[in-house]
Design a protein around this ligand. Structure first.
Ligand SMILES: Cc1cc2nc3c(=O)[nH]c(=O)nc-3n(C[C@H](O)[C@H](O)[C@H](O)COP(=O)(O)OP(=O)(O)OC[C@H]3O[C@@H](n4cnc5c(N)ncnc54)[C@H](O)[C@@H]3O)c2cc1C
Length: 488
């Protein structure tokens, strides 16, 4: 059988499901482990008139890596660490290396990935393609700020190297370019020096959204990580009451046990609760609370226990980096608690001066529609110099919504109403979390000029539009409707 004919056999047809489980489509999935295999698939797809989307760890909430009835290249097998210099903290890796692999490799030498997502299952390629952020975004910027150089496989099979000095335009567009300009094959990163496997952590409660924002603003200069977990179900003066977490690195010489705490084993968290209940079954016990009443109960209990334990002034303790950042990874299957139709996430980024009003409007609007969100996480950010950017000098709010067969159309309508609130407050959006945005919203927050520059680069690096995803077709590759105007 010729290569073309043997390419699209049904044994490669697989469902490709958004991380939240709320959408799924079928595609021809391939898992190359070398650049030669990658190139072969590119050639075969072109010959067969198929398009290709790239997939890393599959942790995006929407359709960023799906490509209905087309080709999806899962890059998790391209996961070798190629060069590591423990003196400078510079590492060169293949794009399928996960954050989990990365921290395990470098921790013993006193280094840590400078930007980590709330799960360590993301790949370096996926983090670069979405330009991810951590709980230190206002201070350390985004993932792309720590990429020194990358190799990108273009649609014609050639590899191009880009950095801030070489091909700077491509560098600033492919990072954040959601895989539409080419495939990252290797990336060179500068890591963060650390002096302990532990962090100083302050837990505190805040009575409302304004308090939570003030808590963050007052600690920007003397914290390394800041995050708030807000209750979006409470009303009145308690709207957005919050549990806050602040992380601070140990100084050189401060941890007398650094040799032990920087061992991988010291970071690992037990997979059971009190040695009895396996954490993998926790979703089962969480499920009865995944409704409006249960949600209010859990949020209220969470807030009052934080208030009793920490108060507004806060209480200090120590936590390993892994426990601080990736706690959810140690509750396997927790998303199953959301039920068969899964969840979507909605994340809005709003400048400081408008953020309190925007988030108040968002929370009250969700309550009015009877669709309050299950988990709201607030972080502080700063602008960045990448082309497709969600960066603002302001706050983001990430909100999880449960999807059911009945509420699905209402949820889509709700998120589009929220888009208008965010745009009215000069806000932005993040493609890694999106599943419902419309092209006119993208035009409103990115602007026609940015979209044109991105599309021009796409013509240059991928003139036949070989690289496509469901997200690309939903947001960029359609004739636009009249743009929504963005006002200050
Ligand atoms: C529990 C959880 C917590 C999260 N926390 C955060 C957080 O704190 N901060 C944050 O910013 N995000 C967060 N996210 C979102 C997640 O970090 C991003 O969606 C990230 O891009 C996922 O990486 P991935 O490897 O899974 O990539 P995928 O989701 O598989 O792909 C993401 C995009 O990258 C493209 N891509 C993947 N590999 C390549 C490659 N080699 N070359 C070119 N393009 C490629 C894909 O086409 C797609 O467009 C979280 C997600 C989950 C599920």
């Amino acid at each position: 059988m010729s290569k073309e004919n043997s390419f699209f056999t049904t044994n490669h047809l697989e469902p490709v499901t958004a991380w939240g489980g709320a959408s799924s489509s079928t595609a021809y999935v391939y898992r190359p482990s070398t650049i030669e295999e990658l190139r072969d698939i590119l050639t075969a797809a072109r010959q067969n008139d198929r398009t290709i989307a790239f997939k890393g760890g599959g942790n995006s909430y929407g359709d960023a890596f799906s490509n209905r009835e087309q080709v999806v290249l899962d890059l998790m097998r391209m996961n070798r660490i190629l060069e590591w210099d423990p003196q400078s903290g510079i590492i060169r890796v293949e794009a399928g290396v996960t954050i989990d692999q990365l921290w395990r490799y470098v921790l013993g030498d006193g280094w840590w990935p400078p930007i980590v997502t709330g799960t360590a299952k993301t790949t370096v390629g996926g983090c670069a393609a979405m330009n991810t952020h951590g709980k230190n975004a206002w201070k350390m910027g985004t993932f792309g700020d720590h990429v020194l150089e990358f190799d990108l496989l273009r649609a014609d099979g050639e590899i191009v190297t880009a950095s801030r000095e070489t091909n700077p335009e491509l560098f600033h567009a492919a990072i954040g370019g959601f895989g539409m300009l080419g495939c990252f094959t290797t990336l060179t990163l500068k890591l963060k020096k650390i002096y302990s496997g532990m962090l100083h952590v302050e837990g505190a409660s805040q009575p409302n959204l304004a308090g939570a924002m003030r808590y963050i603003e007052e600690r920007l200069d003397n914290s390394d990580y800041l995050v708030g977990w807000l209750d979006a179900t409470s009303g009145g003066r308690g709207l957005g009451r919050a549990e806050m977490h602040r992380g601070i690195y140990f100084q050189p010489g401060e941890d007398p046990f650094s040799a032990q705490t920087m061992q991988v084993e010291h970071q690992l968290i037990s997979d059971s609760i009190m040695g009895i209940l396996p954490k993998s079954s926790m979703w089962f016990y969480m499920r009865p609370f995944m409704n409006q009443l249960g949600l209010r109960l859990v949020n209220t209990a969470k807030y009052f226990s934080a208030r009793m334990l920490s108060g507004e002034k806060g209480h200090l303790y120590q936590q390993s980096h892994v426990a601080y950042h990736f706690l959810l990874d140690y509750l396997p299957n927790w998303k199953k608690a959301y039920g068969r139709n899964g969840l979507i996430q909605y994340q809005a980024f709003v400048p400081v001066e408008n953020a309190e009003q925007a988030f108040t409007d968002i929370f009250t609007h969700c309550q009015k529609r009877g669709l309050p969100n299950y988990l709201s996480v607030m972080k502080r950010h700063k602008p960045d110099d990448f082309l497709i950017s969600y960066g603002v000098d302001g706050f983001s709010m990430a909100m999880d919504f449960r999807i059911t067969n009945r509420n699905r159309p209402k949820m889509v309508a709700l998120t589009q109403e929220l888009d208008e609130i965010v745009l009215r407050h000069s806000g932005r959006f993040y493609l890694a979390k999106d599943s419902t945005m419309r092209p006119q919203t993208v035009q409103a927050y990115l602007g026609q000029e940015v979209i044109k520059r991105f599309c021009d680069l796409k013509e240059q690096y991928d003139p036949e539009h070989l690289f496509q995803s469901d997200m690309w077709r939903r947001l960029f590759a359609v004739r636009s409707e009249k743009p929504v105007t963005q006002s200050g």
